[in-house]
Design a protein. Structure first.
Length: 277
């Protein structure tokens, strides 16, 4: 999988675009009514239990608005925090803190939400089964969302379509599964090959072919147990489809190596943070 790089320049440029979105074309017309240069010190607090993430994004939001604002991080990305936990302190011009506040909190809330939901799945799945994300991400936010998954203890699936071969049902519908696998093997050039099956008949058709991973999609726990037992001798095993907090434990107990969950990136609830003067 392509490496995720959250360099200072990447974070800063991402935050700059977010600020431009919030301030174009006339700036914060409400905060501009505050004419004095009053300096305030505020606490950034978590309003709920969470895995916190995105603090450097928040720090750069304030710095880009006013580089005299002091943003002191009290909890590192990946920290487990409780309701009321002090995440950071912020000191500086009151008007400028108000301007940067929402963009900073948006990054924190979103990244922490994904990390927290991922961590819930990781705990339910247990130590022997990995939880991984998918390509079901918000456009142009994939690198940030996959970073958040790692903070929560999850692993990253392929980053994009060029990372590995993933032969799915729609590919098979327009061709022969054996032919597709054979072509992928000929053209792999060091890339992994994953083949999706949704029944045991399909699994038996491709057993023995030299690829890396079997992806069991939307299979019952009963059939999944059988499939894992057959496939584990030859391949890494993965399950997907209808994975939620109620089903993940039973799926993990089948002996599957990893479970991919789209909802950890596309449906994670935001974590609530607040600034307290």
């Amino acid at each position: 999988m392509s490496k995720i790089k959250l360099s200072k320049d990447f974070i800063r440029n991402t935050v700059k675009r977010a600020l431009n979105e919030d301030l174009y074309p006339s700036g914060d017309i409400t905060s501009s009514l505050v004419k004095n240069n009053k300096v305030i010190k505020v606490k950034l607090l978590s309003n709920q239990k969470a895995i916190v993430g995105g603090l450097l994004f928040a720090k750069h939001a304030f710095d880009l608005v006013d580089n005299k604002i002091k943003f002191k991080i009290k909890k590192k990305d990946g920290s487990n925090v409780k309701k009321g936990s002090l995440i950071a302190t912020i000191e500086g011009n009151a008007r400028n803190i108000l301007i940067a506040e929402r963009v900073a909190l948006n990054f924190l809330s979103h990244i922490s939400g994904i990390a927290s939901k991922t961590n819930q799945f990781v705990k339910l799945a247990g130590k022997k089964c990995k939880i991984c994300c998918t390509r079901k991400t918000i456009p142009n936010m994939r690198v940030i969302q996959k970073y958040a998954v790692k903070l929560g203890g999850g692993t990253n699936h392929r980053f994009n379509l060029s990372d590995e071969f993933l032969i799915k049902d729609n590919h098979v519908a327009s061709s022969n599964i054996k032919n597709l696998v054979s072509l992928a093997i000929k053209n792999k050039k060091g890339r992994k090959i994953t083949v999706e099956v949704d029944n045991l008949k399909q699994l038996n058709e491709i057993l023995g072919l030299k690829f890396n991973t079997i992806l069991f999609d939307n299979m019952s726990v009963k059939n999944l147990k059988v499939g894992v037992k057959i496939a584990k001798k030859y391949y890494e095993t993965e399950a997907s489809g209808n994975i939620n907090f109620k089903t993940v434990r039973s799926v993990a107990k089948t002996g599957i190596d990893r479970i991919s969950v789209g909802s950890i990136t596309h449906s994670a609830a935001a974590i609530d943070f607040k600034l307290e003067i």
